[in-house]
Design a protein around this ligand. Structure first.
Ligand SMILES: O=c1ccn([C@H]2C[C@H](O)[C@@H](COP(=O)(O)OP(=O)(O)OP(=O)(O)O)O2)c(=O)[nH]1
Ligand SMILES: [Mg+2]
Length: 144
């Protein structure tokens, strides 16, 4: 898929790091490093502006290495980039560890996945079809 992109960052475009990676690693574009204290969050700019095709969305997902080693996640995981968004792609990092974490300029902070989505037309109804599950949820099937 081709996605028009304006790169106003000092860094390369997001890239697949291995042959069959699902996610394109995206880099922070920072004039100076950002320090995240425990439980602090920050909207990190990327310098990228995209035009995602209609009928598709982009998901911004955490990197497991940052999550495991430093407790860095995304507050809104997965972030959703809409096809009609023309602003700068930003990444909402949160520090879930008890140590400070410094986000460096050019650091790969998240990964981007493009996915097709349906467009819903609601069909108002009075009843819904019967199922074995019915209204059960939230652990109704047990844990073992
Ligand atoms: O991690 C994210 C999430 C969102 N966005 C941008 C693109 C997206 O299309 C727009 C709106 O995001 P969302 O719909 O999740 O936020 P909202 O709180 O519903 O804002 P809005 O009222 O603008 O839709 O913000 C990002 O750059 N990064
Ligand atoms: Mg919205």
């Amino acid at each position: 898929m081709q996605i028009p992109v304006i790169n106003r960052s000092r860094h390369p475009l997001p890239e697949y790091q291995t042959a069959h990676a699902a996610g394109l690693d995206v880099r922070a574009n920072l004039a100076e490093p950002v320090t995240l204290g425990p439980l602090q969050r920050a909207l990190i700019p990327t310098g990228l502006f995209l035009e995602i095709p209609v009928g598709y969305e982009m998901q911004v997902r955490p990197r497991s290495g940052l999550a495991y080693k430093h407790g860095i996640g995304l507050v809104n995981s997965p972030g959703t980039i809409d096809a009609d968004y023309r602003g700068e792609l930003k990444v909402l990092l949160v520090n879930l560890s008890d140590q400070e974490f410094v986000v460096q300029d050019g650091e790969r902070i998240a990964q981007l996945i493009v996915a097709r989505h349906e467009i819903v037309a609601w069909q108002p109804a009075e009843t819904l079809s019967d199922t074995g599950r019915g209204t059960g949820g939230y652990g109704s099937t047990g844990s073992v």
